[in-house]
Design a protein around this ligand. Structure first.
Ligand SMILES: Nc1ncnc2c1ncn2[C@@H]1O[C@H](COP(=O)(O)OP(=O)(O)O)[C@@H](O)[C@H]1O
Ligand SMILES: [Mg+2]
Length: 334
């Protein structure tokens, strides 16, 4: 386990500033998730923590020690990427053992014990003699995670590890990673994703990045319920929070009104009128999209199935104690 601290960390590639002064403390054993729009610097920040990239200025500390100049191999980290990067000519066992065979003083028995333990955790023991090409995508990604586990790292770094998997495998592997975090004596994990559900379900805390800076850090529920900016409000949660401006917002004494789909109610005495333009029945719940003169359609989330049809005129109201109000700078009015 290790705590990680970033103090005013910056990274430039030539004249391009990519990380613009990040302060962040990650606790021992914490599961920290980085989210943010494509290109905001998530992968770069992860690579700075790993040591694969040098920081341009600032300080990086592991367990209170400055590691700015410490090589990646000395940091006690293991990385899992989106592409599995397994050796195609090696068996699963050999792939998982490879890093260990390079370390001095590891005997064969110790290596076998570690590989088998990792394989058991990930339920891939029956595949140890296979080649990667004989495995499904999900199984291959488990091998890549297993290879990281055998190295017994203090810190796991994941960069969108599930984005090449289909929906069902993503869910199964996501649960596997959550279990892993519990089983491994709460080893520190930093996980980059653009998937809302992964971020909300895996994270102890989420760090929202925007254009090379930290926008907000907090537990998933803190970010969901108390976003510090209109940016975080719009970024966290699916479907996206509805934003209403103009007269509708002015009536609530703010520049912008933010209302989540589940906090909108369709009812005969609703305060606003809208026209149904589309409905999506997902099974357990339904999304009804309304044209209400806003920039984007307003989505209302209903439990069960929707009985509304395109063209229907409906009235809606927000749940008043659930509304978010933002001032002209995009900051919350509480
Ligand atoms: N080696 C590099 N050289 C120049 N620019 C880079 C390099 N790596 C990343 N960048 C730039 O830094 C920005 C952030 O990239 P990245 O960290 O990959 O974003 P994210 O993972 O959030 O999508 C992008 O504009 C990208 O083009
Ligand atoms: Mg990336």
């Amino acid at each position: 386990m290790a705590s990680i601290e970033l103090r005013n960390v910056r990274k430039s590639f030539g004249v391009v500033d990519v990380i613009k002064g990040v302060d962040l403390s990650i606790k021992k054993g914490e599961f920290m998730v980085f989210v943010g729009p494509s290109g905001c610097g998530k992968s770069t920040l992860l690579r700075l923590i790993s040591g694969l990239e040098d920081i341009t200025s600032g300080e990086m500390l592991f367990d209170g020690q400055v590691v700015n100049a410490l090589a990646p191999s000395k940091r006690g980290i293991a990385m899992v990427f989106q592409s599995y990067a397994l050796y195609p000519h090696m068996t699963v066992y050999e792939n998982m053992a490879f890093g260990l065979t390079l370390e001095k003083g590891k005997d064969k028995e110790e290596i076998r014990r570690r590989v088998e333990k990792a394989a058991d955790m990930l339920q891939i023991r029956q595949y140890l003699d296979r080649l990667p090409k004989q495995l499904s995508g999900g199984q291959r990604q488990r091998v890549a995670i297993g290879r990281a586990i055998t190295r017994d790292p203090k810190v796991f770094l994941f960069d969108e590890p599930l984005s090449n998997l289909d929906a069902a495998l993503r869910v199964a592997t996501r649960i596997e990673i959550a279990k892993l975090h519990e089983e491994m004596n709460n080893v520190t994990m930093i996980y980059v994703t653009h998937d809302q559900v992964e971020a909300m379900t895996l994270a102890d805390r989420i760090c929202v990045l925007r254009d090379g800076l930290v926008e907000q850090v907090g537990t998933p529920l803190e970010l969901y319920e108390k976003p510090d900016s209109i940016f975080v409000a719009g970024f966290i949660g699916s479907p996206k929070m509805n934003f209403l401006a103009g007269e509708k917002a002015a009536a609530f004494n703010c520049t912008t009104l933010g209302i989540r789909g589940e906090h909108m109610q369709i009812k005969p005495d609703g305060i606003w009128e809208g026209t149904v333009i589309h409905t999506e029945n997902l099974g357990a719940d339904a999304y009804v999209y309304l044209e209400m003169g806003t920039e984007e359609p307003v989505v209302v989330r209903l439990e069960g199935t929707a009985q509304h049809h395109s063209g229907d005129r409906v009235r809606v109201s927000p749940l008043e104690d659930k509304i978010h109000r933002f001032d002209e700078a995009g900051k919350p009015i509480r």
